[in-house]
Design a protein around this ligand. Structure first.
Ligand SMILES: CN1CCN(Cc2ccc(Cn3ccc4ccc(-c5n[nH]c(N)c5C#N)cc43)cc2)CC1
Length: 229
């Protein structure tokens, strides 16, 4: 396929949904191959232990390096990009999604507890490109939800995955503005009319109105995207 994605996690069943979603079609068509690996398969003790107490003290547990080392030995090839979801990561953006969509191999290391022993990331960087990436400034309990979001954002940009590619270039954050509001039938719903301009057939005026809606909405909701104070 065009892209191979490996996911290492202690919750492999979490990614079962990838079989049914949009990416399910892409997998059937052989565009994207996804393989999920259970980190516990790389432990060798009876309790399949993946965590231990943090050196230096502190609350919570840290994920042990050994299982991660063995798992990544198996899936991390030099051409791959290892993506490690982390609260301390660089911000995940549409620009990064577009960059990652050009790669042939992505590996996602989904941590839990308080994170993964840092030596795992250090070692991986000697084998492949590694990026610690954060979904946003809020706290999750692990990397799986973040990985799912990133896989969806990247997967839909891989050529052939989305039916109508033109819907890709007219979307939010493509031109730095939020998207304009959308409407469909009926023309009146609960006494609310569709903006008449959209029924005018005047495509120049419609395009202008949509642009104005984008600017107005962006200024109201996301002034940071306009570089406004
Ligand atoms: C001493 N204290 C100092 C504060 N830390 C902070 C902390 C560390 C881990 C976790 C839980 N967790 C484990 C793996 C993992 C991956 C991604 C994310 C994540 N959260 N938010 C995003 N946007 C994420 C993404 N992407 C969270 C994760 C939660 C909070 C704890 C220890």
């Amino acid at each position: 396929g065009r892209m191979r994605i490996d996911i290492v996690t202690i919750f492999p069943e979490f990614f079962g949904v990838l079989d049914v979603s949009l990416l399910g079609k892409a997998r059937e068509r052989g565009i994207i191959d996804v393989a999920v690996h259970d980190l516990r398969d790389y432990t060798h003790d009876r309790h399949r232990t993946v965590d231990d107490t943090p050196y230096g003290g502190g609350a919570g547990m840290v994920m042990r390096p050994e299982p991660w080392g063995e798992a990544l030995d198996e899936v991390l090839t030099p051409d791959a990009v290892l993506i490690v979801p982390s609260p301390a990561g660089e911000r995940f953006t549409q620009a990064l999604a577009k960059q990652l969509a050009t790669e042939s191999r992505l590996v996602f290391a989904c941590g839990r507890y308080e994170g993964i022993d840092q030596r795992v990331v250090e070692h991986a960087a000697s084998v492949a490109r590694v990026r610690e990436v954060s979904l946003g400034d809020y706290v999750l309990n692990g990397g799986e939800v973040a990985a799912m979001a990133m896989i969806e954002a990247v997967g839909r940009l891989v050529p052939g995955v989305i039916g109508n590619p033109e819907s890709l270039d007219e979307e939010s954050h493509e031109d730095g503005l939020l998207e304009y509001p959308s409407y469909t039938k009926p023309a009146v719903w609960r006494e609310r009319e569709v903006p008449p301009i959209l029924l005018s057939g005047n495509h120049g005026a419609i395009a202008a109105w949509r642009r104005e809606q984008q600017v107005e909405r962006t200024r109201r909701v996301r002034p940071d995207l306009l570089g406004d104070a």
